[in-house]
Write a protein that binds this ligand. Structure first.
Ligand code: ATP
Length: 460
């Protein structure tokens, strides 16, 4: 595979320069691994989440939505196994004062001591691995005593299991059916880092699909395929995406089988989304701990069973990072270097920019009129400041797929040019036909041209 032009440093710099993602609390010196999303970052992340909802809700009949609370009854986490088992093995180097995840150093079991860590010197002194619980603890109410301890959820899934009965009773759902939710999760990660890849506060897009036990394997395979296709349809390059099945020693405490969708980030192949067969672990545990029956009963046949659960669990921030990495490109146009985000048009923060060629002769007024028309249907920007080439570059850098240019001919015949971010083709089109043409292009199948069109791209 040819080397990708993108590096994490270039991406971080673009994100800050163009207001996608800022380091959090910068005026106070920053706080480690916390990030704030700026204007274009919000638009991009919203588009990713909207596409996920679309695939779950609009394109299917068997998935419904939920938005559960972040703080749940503390017994939730006893039942789910998180209080006892949601830990990572932690190792400190007493000399360097650095902290590592033991499993990242090749020492998976607690009590084992790895032989080395990156950058190790002769006098390095490593502690043994000890288990560190990743849950954020806080207290509820004005008095902090033992009874008031609660946790910020480390995954959104448990809120779904706690509501399972409501969906049977009030929505009259019967397996197979799924409950989907998007929301913030919190993990006191030992080694956060690599920009927004691993943070302590992040957004998850999770769906629990409840099935008759005998159908679990079939549905597991179904969701592996669905989720892989979702990323491909939204433009991730197939040779940068792979499925990897977990080995038996890697499986989470609840899992019977898990496969990760991995993406080739600048830091190597890493998990983008996990798809797990959780069996009946969660419903059985919550049933035991709550004393409530959590099972499906067929009122006609009398058949009863605890459904098994297939879970595709994705991170919205990690998906955003993958889509940006995949889209980031550089090329040279007319001798000038350009940075361009080749995002799928459906994900692009801004769909269309309206640019008057000059700020006179009535062009700005026509541009304003077109902008007003187009913004009814698309996220649109009007930009009249600076040389036209510079304005194109600005839009390329935030991934705007199309630019409408108003020129002297527009005033004569009510046509404009429609410029394509990737092919750079400029087509003359009637103003009256613009919105429908943009809509048509937005819905058309799309493939990343990255690597295909830019033979001239610099190799650095
Ligand atoms: P990892 O092995 O990277 O720690 P995980 O297997 O613990 O991830 P899951 O519990 O399966 O992750 O969570 C599902 C998804 O949530 C992950 O695939 C990832 O996209 C996202 N995610 C998990 N932890 C974080 C985090 N600390 N920061 C950002 N996204 C995260």
């Amino acid at each position: 595979m040819p080397a990708d032009v993108v590096t994490m440093d270039k991406l971080v710099s673009l994100c800050k320069r163009r207001g996608f993602v800022f380091p959090s609390s910068e005026i106070y010196g920053g706080i480690s691994s916390s990030y704030d999303y700026g204007h274009y970052g919000v638009l991009l992340k919203n588009n990713i989440k909207a596409q996920w909802w679309r695939a779950m809700l609009q394109e299917r009949d068997d998935v419904v939505a939920l938005d559960s609370a972040i703080i749940q009854h503390p017994r939730t986490w006893e039942a789910s196994g998180h209080l006892a088992g949601f830990t990572d093995p932690l190792i400190d180097c007493r000399t360097c004062k650095l902290r590592f995840r033991a499993d990242h150093l090749g020492a998976s079991a607690c009590g084992r001591r790895p032989s080395r860590h990156p950058g190790e010197t002769a006098d390095c002194d490593l502690t043994e691995a000890r288990e560190f619980n990743l849950m954020f603890q806080t207290t509820i109410g004005p008095v902090a005593d033992e009874g008031s301890t609660v946790y910020l959820r480390p995954e959104t899934a448990q809120g779904i299991f706690l509501n399972f009965r409501n969906y049977l009773q009030f929505s009259r759902r019967r397996p197979p059916f799924g409950i989907a939710q998007i929301g913030k999760s919190f993990r006191n990660e030992i080694t956060p880092g690599n920009f927004i890849f691993r943070t302590r506060e992040f957004e998850q897009m999770e769906m629990e699909f409840f099935v008759p036990p005998a159908e679990a394997q079939r549905w597991f395979e179904h969701w592996l395929e669905q989720r892989r296709n979702w990323y491909l349809r939204l433009g991730l390059r197939a040779d940068h995406l792979r499925l990897r099945a977990h080995g038996p020693d890697e499986l989470s405490h609840y899992s019977r089988a898990t496969s990760d969708l991995e993406y080739l980030f600048p830091i190597g192949w890493q998990e983008l989304e996990g798809i797990a067969n959780r069996g009946d672990f969660d419903l059985t545990q919550h049933s035991r701990h709550s004393g409530q029956r959590l099972e499906y009963v067929d009122t006609v046949s009398g058949e009863r069973y605890v459904p098994h659960v297939i879970e595709p669990a994705a991170g919205a921030d990690r998906a955003l990072l993958a889509f940006m990495v995949d889209a980031y490109d550089e090329d040279v146009i007319d001798g000038e270097r350009r940075t361009v985000l080749r995002l799928h048009p459906l994900l692009a923060p801004v769909k269309v920019a309206v640019l008057p060629l000059v700020r006179k002769d009535g062009q700005p007024e026509v541009a304003e009129r077109i902008h007003a028309q187009l913004r009814e249907r698309f996220q649109t920007e009007l930009d009249a400041s600076g040389a036209i080439g510079r304005r194109y570059r600005r839009q390329d850098e935030i991934g705007t797929p199309w630019a409408v240019t108003v020129d002297h001919q527009t005033l004569e015949d009510e046509t404009v040019t429609l410029r394509d971010r990737d092919s750079l083709a400029q087509e003359r089109i009637a103003i009256a036909a613009l919105a429908d043409e943009i809509e048509r292009r937005l819905r058309a199948p799309w493939r990343s041209p990255k690597g295909a069109v830019d033979d001239s791209s610099p190799s650095t």
